[in-house]
Design a binder for this molecule. Structure first.
Ligand SMILES: [Zn+2]
Length: 378
């Protein structure tokens, strides 16, 4: 059986900081973290089940890949009315998001299987759906998970000039209206990744305030071939069967849906008023909490208990549990959540849950409005 308390899940993987910033430093791990590990290890020992290699995950992967294959081949080979094409493209984009949330995300965190090659294969599905699994590993697995909501180090909260979600990001005049205009902009996120962001990150070798080693050898080949394959199945192959204009329209529609779904799911967990945005000491880099407390302070759950949402989102509605135990398969999160919440209560650590999905959306809307208001200028 795999141990729940795999130390690699919160070991700092240092990448050099660029410029004068210092790397954030957590307080030493405390009794809270030890208690969490004890309780979660105890759960798996008592239940006698493995933290990874779950049959339900393999079945889910088969279902998602089959749905994607069916939707894609129907779009390619069946003459459909306009409305059916639109509906099927939207559906395919959601299934692709589901592959990202469930298969790629668990694989990227080594939470899918104890076998390295299965995790690598699952993680590489990201290259086939338009983003680099190499860049993701540094951006998400290393930086986002280590330095959640710390400006300059967690690039997931850096929305560029048009959005401000951290009090440590500069406020611009246009942010006053960000709670209104940001939603369609989320739609271009996936297109931006596919055509620009990954190439820039690989060329520049930098993510926010930190260096990212440039990919070499197999990593570079996977990045380039993956992107070629992605444009091949989204634009190249369909254009052999349909007019190029229609193919591009479908590709853009699918990418916009994908961008909105991915953005919204991630923003509800961190870019909300219930989450904190800790600022390290500018000289020492010290933070006033240990790693585990930091994860809980900066993260919020939603739609707990909704099995359909949990299935579709790969447990990303249980982000607190995910951030504390990223190497445990997401299928366990619903069982772990009450245990984690009880430990938080025992140690006086606030545990936040939006409740339903729409309450989370409302909270993100309020936070955007708050961060954009003139009174919040930094
Ligand atoms: Zn993650």
């Amino acid at each position: 059986m795999n141990s729940a308390s795999n130390p690699a899940q919160n070991e700092p993987v240092e990448t050099p900081v660029i410029g004068h910033q210092v790397s954030p430093r957590f307080e030493r791990s405390d009794e809270f973290e030890a208690d969490l590990r004890r309780v979660v290890d105890g759960y798996f020992q008592e239940a006698g089940i493995s933290t990874r290699d779950r049959l339900s995950m393999f079945l889910k992967t088969a279902v998602l890949l089959s749905l994607a294959g069916m939707a894609y081949s129907t779009l390619l080979f069946v003459a459909l009315p306009f409305w059916a094409v639109v509906a099927l493209v939207v559906f395919l984009a959601m299934v692709v998001a589901g592959i990202g949330f469930n298969v790629q995300h668990d694989g990227g965190h080594h939470a899918y299987s104890r076998h390295h090659w299965i995790n690598r294969l699952a993680a590489a599905s990201l290259d086939l759906i338009g983003a680099s699994s190499y860049v993701w590993r540094w951006k998400h697995d290393v930086l986002h998970h280590m330095y959640v909501n710390i400006a300059g180090h967690d690039t997931d909260i850096d929305l560029g000039p048009f959005g401000r979600v951290s009090p440590d990001h500069p406020r611009r005049m246009l942010h006053r209206f960000q709670h209104l205009y940001i939603w369609p902009l989320y739609g271009i996120l996936a297109l931006k990744w596919q055509w620009f962001d990954d190439f820039r990150d690989v060329l520049v070798g930098r993510l926010g305030a930190r260096r990212m080693p440039r990919p070499k050898g197999w990593d570079l080949a996977l990045f380039l071939l993956g992107r070629l394959a992605f444009f091949g199945w989204t634009i190249g192959i369909p254009s052999l069967f349909h007019p190029l204009g229609s193919v591009i329209a479908c590709y853009v529609l699918g990418s916009v849906v994908l961008g909105i779904v991915l953005s919204v799911v991630f923003q509800l967990a961190h870019a909300v008023g219930e989450a904190q945005f800790p600022t390290p000491d500018p000289v020492t880099g010290k933070l006033d909490a240990g790693w585990a407390r930091h994860q809980v302070r900066t993260t919020v759950d939603f739609s707990r208990g909704n099995a359909f949402v949990t299935w579709c989102l790969g447990g990303l509605n249980y982000q607190i549990e995910h951030h504390l135990f990223p190497r445990i398969s997401h299928v366990h999160y619903p069982a772990l959540a009450p245990l984690v919440e009880a430990v938080c209560l025992r140690h006086g650590v606030a545990y936040h849950d939006h409740g339903g999905f729409w309450k989370g959306i409302a909270s993100h809307y309020r936070w955007l409005r708050h961060m954009g208001s003139p009174a919040q200028a930094s």
